[in-house]
Design a binder for this molecule. Structure first.
Ligand SMILES: NC(=O)c1ccc[n+]([C@@H]2O[C@H](COP(=O)([O-])OP(=O)(O)OC[C@H]3O[C@@H](n4cnc5c(N)ncnc54)[C@H](OP(=O)(O)O)[C@@H]3O)[C@@H](O)[C@H]2O)c1
Length: 250
């Protein structure tokens, strides 16, 4: 039985993977010694790295820069180096925020071979962390887009929704079932894989369909107080036959 562990256990994805039997690594990923001690006690075959600063507006603030670099970049280096030391495969959860979202035409989508170019600091730290793959054998990357469930969508109610920000939204249970399939066949998986919704739509369209309401509030410009977002950042995959494909509509 493969021994699968994860960092970032109390986050949105971590809580759901725990229900599937992925076990927790309780450590501050910024502390190499703590990471080493925690991993050496359990000797995983696979480490899924979820820990990170994920609030895009928090990451953009100058006063948080050091914290974000220490967590999203050096933290990845710490866990990946310890994974290598103990012979574990390391899986980094990354994001469509590594792409600029400046593609002009809807069919110019981002697949695993597309060139990244982040437009915000969160995306930059995720891309820097992805770059560590060149240093470590057994370093794999899974990118996804916005994962949603009722709880996460309901938390946004009352806001206005951007009509110009597009994502390949994926229903959380679909991501979790596909990610577990991915982990169970990890040796067959490419070094970079997009596990994402098969259709890219705007926030406005998603929420309009969710609420059955075309009169929901929307805006068509970035909000100036927030970090820039990639506008058309949805992902596609070059490997659609590896895992079941789901649209947000499913
Ligand atoms: N959910 C999505 O839609 C989505 C989409 C694309 C990519 N991703 C990527 O997937 C990963 C997990 O996402 P998520 O939605 O589960 O994020 P999340 O809910 O923000 O969880 C991240 C977890 O990391 C922990 N953490 C932060 N700093 C840490 C440190 N120094 N040491 C150990 N743990 C630390 C956080 O703990 P505290 O809360 O205690 O700080 C939190 O439990 C992230 O790397 C994110 O970039 C997620």
């Amino acid at each position: 039985m493969t021994n699968i562990y994860m960092t970032g256990v109390n986050g949105r994805i971590g809580k759901k993977l725990a229900e599937q039997g992925v076990k927790p690594l309780y450590c501050d990923v910024r502390d190499l010694e703590m990471v080493d001690n925690t991993v050496s006690e359990v000797m995983p075959n696979i480490i899924v790295h979820l820990a990170g600063k994920t609030n895009v507006d928090y990451c953009e603030k100058k006063e948080n820069e050091e914290d974000v670099i220490r967590t999203n970049f050096l933290g990845v280096d710490n866990v990946a180096s310890v994974a290598e030391k103990y012979g574990a495969t390391f899986v980094l959860l990354s994001s469509d925020h590594v792409f600029s979202g400046k593609r002009w035409l809807p069919w110019h989508t981002y697949n695993e071979k597309s060139s990244p170019l982040p437009v915000n600091f969160y995306g930059l730290t995720k891309l820097a962390a992805e770059g560590l793959r060149k240093l470590y054998p057994n370093f794999k990357i899974v990118r996804t887009s916005y994962l949603f469930d009722k709880e996460r969508l309901d938390a946004t109610l009352g806001q206005s929704y951007p009509s110009f920000i597009h994502r390949s939204f994926m229903y959380f249970p679909h991501f979790i079932s596909n990610f577990m399939l991915y982990l169970n066949q990890i040796d067959k998986m490419p070094d970079i894989l997009h596990i994402t919704g098969s259709e890219t739509v705007s926030w406005y369209k998603l929420m309009g369909e969710y609420l059955g309401d075309t009169d929901i509030l929307h805006h068509d410009k970035d909000i100036s107080t927030e970090a820039p977002r990639p506008h058309r950042a949805g992902l596609t995959t070059r490997y659609p036959d590896l895992l079941p494909q789901y649209s947000y509509k499913d």
